[in-house]
Design a protein around this ligand. Sequence first.
Ligand SMILES: [Zn+2]
Length: 288
Amino acid sequence: MRGALSHLSRMSTTSRHVWPCKVSYRRAMPRLIDSHSHLDAREFDADRAHVLTRATAAGVIAQIVPAITAASWPALSTLCAAQPSLHPAYGLHPMFLAAHEPRHLDALEVLLASGAHGVAVGECGLDYFMPDLDRARQQFFFDAQLALAAQCNLPMIVHARRALDAVLAGLRRHPGLRGVVHSFSGSAQQAAQLWDRGFMLGIGGPVTYGRAQRLRGIVARMPLQYLLLETDSPDQPDSDWRGQRNEPARLPRILEEIAALRGQDPEELAAATRDNACRLFGLSGDLR
Ligand SMILES: [Zn+2]
C-alpha cells in the first residue's frame, strides 16, 4: 500500500498547515465504491477480515462482488449477508467455461427471483484472449445471461477481453439493458457505442500504467456519468502495487490517477462515481 499511503500522509501533513483538521481528513479520504472486487476469492481466505478493515480505512464504503461459477454462489451469498458493505452479483464468468452447465442457468434464474439480493447479473461476457475457450459455448452462456438480466430488470457486469464488438452485438440483440463493461480496454468508438446503450466503463489498475495511452486518453475525456471505479481484486494491481495481490484498499490510487488525468478534484470524482454506482446497482441513497 506504499503508493496510496505515502500520498495520503503527504496530503494530510500538508493539509494540517492549511486547513482545519476536519477538512483535511475529508480531502485526504473520499468515500469510494469498488464496483468490481472478488473478495470471495480464495486468495482472501486467510485474512479477509483484515482486507475489509483496510478497505474501510481507505474510504471504500461498498464493494460489488461478482460471482464466477455456480459453485461460488452460496459462499458469496453468505459472505455478503454478513457484511453490509458487500453487494453480490450472480453469474457465470466466461473464463470458467469448463465449470458451467446449462442447468446452472436455470439455477441462476431461480436465485435471482428468490430475492437473494443480487444487484446485477455477472460476471458474464466473452473472452477471446484465452485461446482454449470455445467461442460458441461462451456465446451461449452470455446470451442466456443477457436474456435473464432483461427478464429480471437487473444491470449486467460484463467481462469483455478482445471481444467488445461481439459483446456490443449481444447488447444490440437485447435492447434496453444497462450495466458496466468492467476493466474496459477497447477503443474510443467502442466506448461511445457502450455509452449510447447506457453502459458504463469500469476503470481500475490498468489506467495507472503509462503505456496504457489509449485507455488513459479515453478516461481523461469520457463523460463522467459513465465512469465507475474498480480494483478487480485480487487481480490487476495498480502500477505501485505490481506483482502483488490487489485489494480494495488500493482504490484511492485509482481515484488519484483518474483525477490527475482529468484535471478534476478527487472528492468531486469520488462523489460522481459513487452516484453512478448507486444509480446502476440500485444501492441505497445513503452511500451517495
Ligand atoms: Zn472480475
